[in-house]
Design a protein around this ligand. Structure first.
Ligand code: IMP
Length: 190
């Protein structure tokens, strides 16, 4: 089974492959246009990206829309995580907005909404969340995006191995549920 992954984010490409290939899925990338993410939820945006990629390639397409929701910032940046502040300044901006805020008020969670659209119009949706806190400074070189400021049990995602991150991350959870739903879907088609 060949799926195209609908993302321009290299960090996500790496994680999508890590999660989809063990399911027996051949993952391909393509030069895709970037549809406007006009959705009001993570899932609406995931669907917009997957549907556009499916139409462009004729292949089943998987997209995830994801982001970081910070309690102290009333859930921001949320669905605007990729557009929050200037590129290269996003982590720093979150840290600055939380300057002086004590650890008890630094709660945050990541969300990953995964959507797969098939050429016949069928779709599979799965969402995952993981909870932690915003660190006081950026730590660790692994991962991407906000990983180095998102902490669980004293370590940031940037300080964890791929396996450690996948075992607890929003995307790891979303793809585990996606795998279950995909198996059910494929059984139904037999
Ligand atoms: P999207 O491509 O609109 O879904 O953008 C999501 C943004 O949220 C990314 O650009 C990252 O900055 C951030 N993000 C999503 N997932 C992760 C993750 O697993 N680690 C760190 N940052 C993430």
């Amino acid at each position: 089974m060949k799926f195209v992954i609908a993302t321009h984010n290299q960090g996500k490409v790496v994680e999508f492959k890590r999660m989809l290939e063990p399911m027996g899925i051949e993952v391909v990338t393509a030069q895709l246009s970037e549809p406007e993410e006009t959705g009001k939820t993570f899932m609406e945006n995931a669907f917009i990206k997957a549907e556009a990629a499916c139409k462009e390639t004729g292949l089943p397409a998987v997209a995830d829309d994801s982001g970081l929701c910070v309690d102290y910032l009333d859930g921001a940046p949320g669905i605007y995580s990729a557009r929050f502040a200037q590129p290269g300044k996003r982590r720093l901006t979150v840290l600055e907005k939380l300057q002086g805020v004590p650890v008890e008020q630094r709660g945050a969670h990541f969300v990953s909404a995964v959507c797969c659209v098939f050429p016949n119009g069928d779709k599979i949706e799965a969402e995952g969340k993981c909870f932690g806190t915003i660190a006081f400074e950026s730590r660790g070189e692994n991962g991407f995006g906000y990983d180095s400021i998102f902490e669980q049990e004293g370590r940031t995602f940037g300080e964890m191995t791929d396996e450690e991150k996948d075992a607890r991350s929003h995307r790891g959870k979303a793809f585990a549920l996606f795998e279950e739903k995909l198996k059910e879907y494929l059984k139904g088609g037999e």
